[in-house]
Ligand binder design. Sequence first.
Ligand code: ZN
Length: 413
Amino acid sequence: MTVRGWAWLTLIVLCAALAVAVAVLVPWHRPPAPRADQLAALAELPADRVAKARELRGELRWITYPAMLIGLAAALVLGLTPLGSWLVGLVPGPWIAKVLGGGLLVLLVADLITLPFAAWRHTVAVRYGLSTQGWGGWAVDLLKGYAVAAVLGAIALLGFYTLTRFLPNWWWAVGAVGAAVLVVLLSFVFPVLVEPVFNKFTPMADGPLRSELMDLAQRDGVPVRDVLVADASRRTTALNAYVSGIGPTRRIVVYDTLLREAPQSEVVAVAAHELGHAKRGDVVIGTVIGALGAAIFVVGLYLLGAWSWLLHRAGVESIAEPRAIGLLLAVATVGGLLAGPAQAYVSRLIEARADEHALELTGDPAGFEQMQGRLSLVNLGDPDPPAWEQALFGSHPTTVERMAAARAFARSR
Ligand SMILES: [Zn+2]
């Protein structure tokens, strides 16, 4: 069998593994959330806040989607015209310099093009009282984000070009394993190394709330190392909580804004949802699916590299040369956009299960529903967004769906 034959076989096996992983790990059964309950819940939310949220979301649509399209167009121009290879060619020196300098240059151009949209988005968030940041803090966050992306990008590109250089025929095989390992590693390392770049975390102070949360975790049988409070109020008024890390790095993080705004019963409801993620190993599920996706991407890249039309458009001889960085960006951007709706769909199912877990654990559907209403109103999210938007981009069930699920749960007991 030729090397390409092996690559095709590997791609098929990986896709089958992904299909099996998705079929087995994703909770396909979704708890009921009848539309009639959704509409009843919507009618009980304060109409002026709902109207304001819809106004904001309508405005943001004019920023988010054009930015997405322009980002895609920029990636395509960098990848499917000789512009990208010309940019990388500007960098002098040995291949390592070309990879790092060229990669940075290509990413910088792609980022600069969407920068005005990010700034516009910030002015809207400030105008609606959603962001508490001035331009200084906003810019610092932006630079930190670029720095994190640059470090991750440099690691990925250096790894990629080292492999293609020393294993010209088999780089895809080692690269697929490397990409999968990188995803797993990031999942461990992210909460410890990257999150502190943006927020300060302090262990929640002793008191009735901490005791109740630790109690809740104990009752749930979930090993939680700590409950941390993030100083999110530095940048936002939004309320949130999440769980991240695997095994020894796993922790529950609660925004300080949530502690300030919400009564104890609602903080407990949020924590119970997060415990649901921990108990069902949702971080592991995401990591497994992400690792398989990354491996598929690398093998797919190798196979795409045989498509001479693509190489010709990019003005390169091989996808494995540093001047093809723009082409890599284009393929990654298109792949990300195509995978997005599927990822969102899986995410919604996993979130619905965590909601169900929270309801069962606390036995307090009223507190859960109140919490959902508060989250949506304070975060100025549309509680009942258009179906197309939810289908394409919704990472969680809509607020009215989550409230309706609580009502259905209350009836079923
Ligand atoms: Zn969740």
